[in-house]
Design a protein around this ligand. Structure first.
Ligand code: 13P
Length: 254
């Protein structure tokens, strides 16, 4: 059985005080771990070190929200994978819709970052998902196919074993409009069948595929109860300790 992963993407939120408070509350809830649920938080870069200290001794895992694909050098404002590893983070969110659509990251750039993260020994949380217009135009599977084909280009089956995928329909992010459990399941099943076709059934069966987009304590359980939904990537609700803990508890109750 695949372990569930409940991940918090803090985006460009918190400050050092509120971030530490939030991280400590999550660490208390996660304790020393759970055999069926992992917990991950992804604070802004500048707080990674402080948050690493705040969660030390707990089972909470730490991730970054982005990286650059080059090794350390003259790349003003960028952050290398080795630096993320150095401060104790094990995951990097890549391909998030805000980076695709607000920062205009291409599939090719995301792919270079994916390869850098895997070569650096960290776990990419690779986000895919369609716009509302694409869903309404029945293009969801075509969009997912392109994002997967380009984003995972050159990634071997053994490297794929280190990847987490997050399906985040753009129309559900920060809008309060969650995909129904059936819509999420349909997209997740498509992603898993895509992986089976392009890699192997065994690789697809092992893959953790998270759902993201307005996940809250009151809808988390029915989403994560679907057979192909292996956890949640949570934005807004990961900023309130009680809500995020509620989502962790929903995963534990399954
Ligand atoms: P919300 O949970 O705020 O909709 O954000 C989802 C998301 O983008 C997580 O990466």
């Amino acid at each position: 059985m695949r372990k569930k992963l409940v991940a918090g993407n803090w985006k460009m939120n918190t400050d050092s005080k509120s971030g530490v408070e939030l991280a400590k509350a999550v660490a208390t809830a996660a304790g020393t771990g759970h055999d069926k649920v992992d917990v991950l938080i992804c604070p802004p870069f500048v707080y990674l070190t402080t948050i690493a200290q705040a969660i030390s001794g707990s089972a909470v895992k730490l991730g970054a929200q982005n990286c650059y694909f080059e090794k350390p050098g003259a790349f003003t404002g960028e952050t290398a994978v080795s630096m993320i590893k150095d401060v104790g983070a094990g995951y990097v969110i890549l391909g998030h819709s805000e980076r695709r659509h607000v920062l205009h990251e291409s599939d090719e750039l995301i792919n270079r970052k994916m390869i850098a993260v895997l070569e650096g020994g960290l776990v990419p949380v690779f986000c895919v998902g369609e716009l509302l217009s694409e869903r309404e135009g029945n293009k969801t599977e075509a969009v997912l196919n392109t994002q997967m084909e380009k984003g995972l280009a050159g990634i071997s089956e053994s490297q794929l074993g280190q990847v987490v995928i997050a399906y985040e329909p753009v129309w559900a992010i920060g809008t309060g409009k969650t995909a129904s459990p059936e819509q999420a399941e349909e997209a997740h099943a498509y992603i898993r069948s895509w992986l089976a076709k392009h890699y192997s059934q065994a690789a697809a069966d092992k893959m953790q595929i998270l759902y993201g987009g307005s996940v809250k304590p009151d809808n988390a359980k029915e989403l994560m109860a679907k057979p192909n939904v292996d956890g949640a990537l949570v934005g807004g609700a990961s900023l309130k300790a009680a809500d995020f803990v509620g989502i962790i508890d929903a995963a534990k109750s399954l």
